[in-house]
Design a protein around this ligand. Sequence first.
Ligand code: ZN
Ligand code: ZN
Length: 442
Amino acid sequence: MVSELYKKMAEYVDSRADWMVENRRDFHKYAESGWHEVRTCSIIADFLTKLGVDELILGKDCFIAEDRMGLPDQEELDMVYERALEQGAVPEFAPFFKDGFTGVEAIIDTGKPGPVVGFRTDIDGLGVFEAQDDSHKPFREGFASVNPGEMQACGHDSHATIGMMTAETIMKYKDQLCGKFKFVFQPGEEGVRGARGMIGTGFFDDIDYMMAMHVMPLNKDFPDEDFWFQYKTCMANAKLDVYLYGKACHAAAPESGNNAMLAMAAIVQGIYGIPRASVGDARINVGQVIAGSGRNVVCDRVKMVMELRGLTAASLDYLEPYARRIIEHAAAMHGCTAEIRLMGATPAVVIDSPDFTDELVALANEIGFKALPAPEGTKPTSDDYAYMADRVIQHGGKSCYIFYRTEEAAPHHATTFDITNDKDMTKAVKIFLAAALKIVGK
Ligand SMILES: [Zn+2]
Ligand SMILES: [Zn+2]
């Protein structure tokens, strides 16, 4: 049965649709990729402060500093901080998010006993140059990214907005609710860099029910479902940057050098040649190599960018040490040394509790949406929400990852990606709220 409180909340969300569109487009225009999200975080923090949430946790306090992965260098962090201030970051909050501490957490405590409900929304853009021509609606309507090479090309601008509106609605009806509501605005999901740094603070340890949301396109086989609910394990992955150090010399007398280019070539061949194993499906990609300095110089420096994925924890546990052995020994074989940096990772864990997921599928249909479990054959995702889900489940809580489905202008991560009808964000807020009400029994 649809509760009166849910109806009131849903009406309220509809009345705020224009604000949601405006806010989403503002985040879209000032896209900030992983660990750059100073402006975005300052606006979220200001918004939550004005709502009067009971507890606001900002920047450094959201992280175990050394658990963050894939941080840009200090020069880049300084540059994006100055840029955020120029682009309208809220000055009183911006300093909290300096130096790669771009996270916000909030708690709404009704003061009445009840479960603890968590909502995770990611906020980062990614390294894409957004299309700048009139066929692309964000450009035509003046909200295409003004930050070259940074774009909200995965819809996280909508996720951040959905988290904000969920908090606003819960605050508005707080006196009719019970329990506690926790919000996580996570940086750096792209490249799976941001979540791991947030889980060690204890914030997740009392959450009974945790949900994450992602936008997903409609497709011809399923043209009108509002939601998909996963029953999935996240694909485990490890993103490695490898630096090889050799010794340069004249190419006419190569015996006095150590050729890092040869080590690199041996590594590429070796890694792709890792024997198939029975422990689970796996993927390998060496995506970029930067090497050498000139035609007649023996190469002394190489940077390689690669990723390893496993459908099971066991397959990544097999793959990653194997790859590391190849890297180290291929380097040594050619008299070079190797430095391996872990730039991002997700564990292969179950991110959906089946009984909780079943309940949410039924609930979504009950309140008038079309919803079903993600169909068989849906590609497994890699989302570092897996760290948070795992933490919650390890402590006895439940988790569900929800896709809200809507028309998209182009595939995710394309230069012309956009959410065609961005008012559809309201349905994502409604499912968060309906789930929260069901959990707290209202
Ligand atoms: Zn993405
Ligand atoms: Zn995404």
